[in-house]
Design a protein around this ligand. Sequence first.
Ligand SMILES: [Zn+2]
Length: 73
Amino acid sequence: MPDFCAAYGCSNRLSLKTRAHGITFHQFPKTGEMRRQWELPLRRDGVVAADRTLLCSEHSSSKAGSNKKHHHL
Ligand SMILES: [Zn+2]
C-alpha cells in the first residue's frame, strides 16, 4: 500500500520531500468520534477509511482540533 494522504485533492505522500516541509502522516484512529472527523476531508464516494488509511498533518485531527480555537485568535 502506498503511503499517501487519502484526503480529497491532496497529493501529499510520505517522502523525504514532505518530511522536509514538516508534514507528518497519521493512521486513522480506531475510536469512533475521532475517526468520524478524520473521514470528513476524504469526501470521496465509496471510500471507507481502512485501518491503514493515512492522513497527512494538514488533514488529520490536529487541524480539526484547531477549528475549536478560532475565537482565541
Ligand atoms: Zn493531506
